[in-house]
Design a protein around this ligand. Sequence first.
Ligand SMILES: Cc1cc2nc3c(=O)[nH]c(=O)nc-3n(C[C@H](O)[C@H](O)[C@H](O)COP(=O)(O)OP(=O)(O)OC[C@H]3O[C@@H](n4cnc5c(N)ncnc54)[C@H](O)[C@@H]3O)c2cc1C
Length: 423
Amino acid sequence: MAVDTPAKIAVLGAGPIGLEAALYGRFLGYDVVVYERGQVGEHLRQWGHVTMFSPFGMNASPLALAALAAHDEDYVPPDSEALLTGAEFVAKFLAPLAHTDLLADSLRPEHDVLAVGREHYLKGDSPGCEERGDYDFRLLVRDPTGREFIDHADVVIDATGVWRQPNWLGCSGIPAPGERELRNQIEYHLPHVAGPQRASYAGQRTLVIGRGYSAATSVVALAMLARTSPGTSASWITRSAAPEGQIGPMIVLPKDRLAARAKLAQEANAVCADESSGVTYWPQTDVEALTYDAGRNKFLVELSGGQEGTFEFDRIVANVGYRPDDSLYAELQVHQCYASSGPMKLAAALRGTSGGDCLEQTTHGPQTLLNPEPNFYILGSKSYGRNPAFLLAIGLRQIVEVFSIIGDRASLDLYATALRPRP
Ligand SMILES: Cc1cc2nc3c(=O)[nH]c(=O)nc-3n(C[C@H](O)[C@H](O)[C@H](O)COP(=O)(O)OP(=O)(O)OC[C@H]3O[C@@H](n4cnc5c(N)ncnc54)[C@H](O)[C@@H]3O)c2cc1C
C-alpha cells in the first residue's frame, strides 16, 4: 500500500537494520522516529567482544557510507574486508551514523515500545481489509523516566531483533523442570570468558548446550581459558549427532567464503577431538531437569540420550537460539509461521531454501514482506523468527524492497544510486 510523503514512519529498534531503514526513509523525505529500548546497537554492544564473520563491506549500505562521508569529511570507514567485533561495528559505524544530520533528530534512545495497535480497530476487526490502513497506528511507548505515552504513525517497521528472547534449553524446547526458577542463573548469551567474566569461568566446570556458531564460540573460548586456568572444563551437549566420521558437531561448509566462520567451526571440532583441551563432547544428549544446590553452588543437571545421568556443573551456558517477541504486535493482524514464528510469507519462502550456507541466500521479493496488517513490516533478524540464518546483507536488501512498496515504485533502489564515499 503506497504511502506518500509527508507521512510518519515509526522504526522500532536502532540496531543495524532499524537504523539503516530509518536513514532510507529520511532520504526519501519521510518523517521518521526511531524508538530504541537501550542505546544504538544495543544488542551488538552486548556481544561486543565477539568478532563478526562477515566483512564490514557486507554489513553496511552505500547510503549509510555516503551519509557519513557527507556529514564528516574526516570520517574514515573501516576497510571493507575488515572483520569487526560487535563493539567495533557500533563504535566505528553505527554510533557515527546515528549522529548524522538525517538521523540525529529522529532517534529516541531508552524508549521502549510496549505495544502497537491500530486506531479504531481491534485485532479481530475487518480481517485482512485494506481499510485498516486508513487509520494511524497507535504505539504505547515508555520513556526513560518510566512515563508511558501514545505516539501515532502511518507506517511501522519492527526491527527489534530476537536477542532478548532466548529459547528454553529443556528437552523438546520447553523449559526443563527447574529451568524457570533458575533462569537468571543460566547464561543464555555469549559470556566474555577472556574478559570481565573470566573469574566466573576460570577453574569451573561449565555445561554448554547448543549446536550453532554461538555455542561453538563459547566452547572455543572456554578451551582457550582452560589452557591458562587449571581446572577449567566444559561439557558440550547437542541434540543432534555429530556428522559422520567427525567427533565435533560443527558442519564445516566446503569452501566457505567466510573464512572466519570456517575457522570457528574447525576449532570447535578440534577441541572436541583433543582430549587435553578440557572440552568433552556429548552428542544426542538432552537436558531433562535442573536443580541448584545453593550450599555447594552447583547445578545438578539430569541428562538423557547419548549421556545419561545426573552431573554437577558450576555454570550453564545455553546457546539454544532465540525467538521473536510477538507480544508487541498482538493487537495487529500479523500472520505468523507455525514453525519459525516469523511472518508467514517470508517464512514460507525461506522454508524452500532451508539448510546449506546462509551466504547463498537472497531476499524473496517485496511481496514476502507484506502482512495482512497494512503498512506494518517486520525487518531484520526478527523477520527470520527462530531461523538463525539471517545476515545483515539480507536485511539491507529487505530495506530496499520494503521502501519499493511504501513508495510504490518497484524500481526504487537508493543503494544502487547512492554516491560512493571517497576512496
Ligand atoms: C554473536 C553474533 C554474531 C553475529 N555475526 C554476524 C555477522 O558476522 N554477519 C551478519 O550478517 N550477521 C551476524 N549476526 C546476525 C545479525 O546480523 C545480528 O543479530 C544483527 O544484530 C541483527 O540486526 P537487527 O537490526 O535485525 O537487530 P538487533 O541488532 O537485534 O537490534 C534490535 C534493536 O531493537 C531494540 N529493541 C528491542 N525491543 C525493543 C522495543 N520493544 N522497543 C524499542 N527498541 C527495542 C534493541 O535494543 C536493539 O537495539 C550475528 C549475531 C550474533 C548474535
